[in-house]
Design a protein around this ligand. Structure first.
Ligand code: 8X3
Length: 248
């Protein structure tokens, strides 16, 4: 299987690349950070190809895909992992630039690369798109505002793709992780404030990037007639939030 993973320089993306390579697949790793990608490519060897571009830049995405050598072009699995949360303040205190950046990456970037890769999958009648959603797209929580809304988009986009692709062999899945630690996600969300990140993640048995990588690979390796539409995964220590009532 030839796989393209976005946001592969760290976290879920890098863990998924490692596991897929171990299992004998070929993997194109993509991200903005060229040096990090290069180091991972060196670690993973000849079955790994590094392609650096910014997924929020539509032109850069298109040029990068077109620059792939012919033997790396027929992508069987697209893992739309690139995405970020920025801030956890109430909407009224949030930064508009953060909101726009989440929309640019989590929605526009994901949509652009999907639009570029999908026609080839349909023409070959072979392919799978695995999107990284979030439980934040299923359940509201304070400070989840635009981040959760971008992930709700990803969930519905995934299901709508299924509607359009029925009758083809192309599969679409949405992976919806809950609290996951040990990745750069929290550092980015809190703009590098490790104290705030530690307050949320300390003393919790959170999910690891490897837990999510295993789920992605399991979904990809189901028999060709099986489509996992969406899968929601939380650490045992987390539960869907209850509704809030503010007493007078
Ligand atoms: C991130 C999961 O629990 O921080 O997508 O919203 S959570």
């Amino acid at each position: 299987m030839l796989v393209l993973i976005t946001g592969a320089s760290a976290g879920f993306g890098a863990a998924t690349a490692r596991l897929l390579i171990q299992r004998g697949h070929r993997v194109i790793i993509t991200a903005r950070r060229q040096q990090r990608l290069h180091a991972l490519q060196q670690e993973l060897g000849a079955n790994c190809f590094a392609l650096a571009f910014d997924i929020s830049d539509e032109q850069a995405t298109s040029s990068a895909l077109q620059s792939l050598p012919p033997e790396w072009q027929q992508i069987d699995l697209l893992v739309n992992n690139a995405g970020l949360a920025l801030g956890i303040d109430a909407a009224q205190n949030s930064n508009l630039a953060d909101w726009k950046q989440m929309i640019a990456t989590n929605i526009s970037g994901l949509v652009s690369i999907t639009h570029a890769v999908l026609p080839g999958m349909v023409a070959r009648n072979r392919g799978h798109i695995i999107n990284l959603g979030s439980i934040a797209g299923d359940y509201p929580y304070p400070g989840g505002n635009v981040y959760g809304a971008t992930k709700a988009f990803v969930k519905q986009f995934s299901l709508n793709l299924r509607a359009d692709l029925v009758g083809t062999a192309v599969r679409v899945s949405n992976v919806e992780p809950g609290l996951c630690g040990g990745t750069e996600f929290s550092k980015v969300r809190f703009h590098g404030d490790d104290t705030k990140a530690a307050a949320l993640y300390s003393n919790v048995d959170y999910l690891s990037a490897e837990d999510i990588a295993e789920t992605i690979v399991w979904i990809a390796e189901r028999p060709a007639h099986v489509n996992i539409n969406r899968i929601e995964i939380m650490p045992v220590a987390q539960a869907p939030a209850g509704l809030t009532v503010k007493k007078k």
